[in-house]
Design a protein around this ligand. Structure first.
Ligand SMILES: NC(=O)c1ccc[n+]([C@@H]2O[C@H](COP(=O)([O-])OP(=O)(O)OC[C@H]3O[C@@H](n4cnc5c(N)ncnc54)[C@H](OP(=O)(O)O)[C@@H]3O)[C@@H](O)[C@H]2O)c1
Length: 297
């Protein structure tokens, strides 16, 4: 049987920790000829058993494919591995899925440009078991044309989201999104402790909580427009109303012996806004409390 699909192109994966191994496995599953390299070579064994080619050196790894994906602990490790093979990388596309800061990503992009290497910086927005599932995003920044050229291969890992030409943006979004995740985890676990104290199983509460997150996402979408406009009309729910509402959470937690540091932080931010004369505004006004403590000036 013949198809019009082009044959999957060769790819190289450097770094076979938990994430790199999942990336290489996804490429193999999609039929890409996959070359792998890891500092500790024994980690390549399970992938070789699935059809990967094990490169003995980094140079061998990068020259095996036009598309080279690196995913190691941090940016200094990327530089240690790739600096000696900059000449071999020239003319190829390097996709760096290692986590780091926007500043490190921009420095890496400048290093790559200086050596004639195409560079895409990425942020993997899932854990290794989520790799290969298009429900999860992988953020890319620094080369929309490179992403367009390699989209078919990169889509194998997760849904590619293009953040544009600034190579720092994948790391910046990644940091912000992890902050959002920790805040959601914190709020959910605190609430699960409060409801759990009355015998509600976490699974039961979580079903309702996940549905509530969809409504919260709807609020956020409306509030984003307010943040961009710098205007926070309290025409849905005011901060004053939410100061009263958080009192119920604090009371319920106190009665059940639950740690109150998290809701107290929210209350502190709300009270600062109220003290600055913004009690009648929407919750989105709180962003000014984060901007160098603007309410305290
Ligand atoms: N795991 C996740 O859920 C997840 C999610 C999103 C993003 N990430 C990011 O993906 C990257 C890798 O994470 P991971 O979970 O795969 O970590 P990991 O399992 O600890 O693997 C770390 C990898 O980095 C390599 N490495 C560390 N220092 C090195 C050095 N100096 N020179 C060469 N290689 C070095 C290790 O090689 P050896 O095997 O030789 O030690 C290994 O391949 C990190 O930046 C992480 O933040 C991970």
């Amino acid at each position: 049987m013949t198809t019009n699909q082009p044959a999957p192109r060769p790819v190289t994966v450097i770094g076979l920790g938990q994430m790199g191994t999942a990336l290489a496995a996804a490429f193999l599953d999609a039929g890409h000829p996959t070359t792998v390299f890891n500092r500790s070579p024994e980690k390549a064994r399970p992938l070789v058993a699935r059809g990967a080619v094990h490169a003995a050196t980094v140079a061998e790894a990068v020259t095996a494919s036009e598309l080279v994906v690196v995913c190691v602990l941090d940016y200094p490790a990327v530089r240690t591995l790739l600096d000696p093979v900059a000449a071999e990388l020239r003319g190829r596309t390097l996709v760096n899925l290692t986590s780091g800061s926007p500043e490190q990503a921009r420095a890496e992009a400048a290093w790559a440009a200086g050596h004639g290497i195409g560079y895409l910086d990425g942020g993997v927005m899932t854990t290794p078991p989520g790799i290969g599932d298009s429900a999860h995003m992988i953020l890319y920044a620094g080369g929309p044309e490179l992403l367009a050229a390699h989209r078919p291969a990169l889509a194998v890992l997760g849904d590619p989201v293009d953040l544009g030409a600034d190579a720092g943006l994948a790391s910046l979004y990644d940091a912000g999104l992890l902050g959002l995740m920790w805040s959601v985890f914190g709020g959910w676990l605190h609430a699960t402790a409060v409801t759990g104290a009355d015998g509600v199983p976490a699974k039961e509460f979580t079903g309702v909580a996940v549905r509530w997150l969809r409504t919260v996402a709807w609020f956020m979408t409306a509030y984003a427009e307010q943040v961009d406009a710098g205007e926070y009309p309290g025409d849905d729910a005011t901060i004053d109303v939410q100061v009263a509402a958080i009192g119920h959470l604090l009371h319920a937690g106190e009665e059940r012996g639950i740690d109150d540091r998290l809701p107290r932080l929210h209350l502190e931010l709300m009270r600062e806004a109220v003290a600055a004369g913004h009690g009648g505004d929407s919750y989105a006004r709180i962003i000014e409390g984060f901007r160098k403590g603007a309410f305290r000036k």
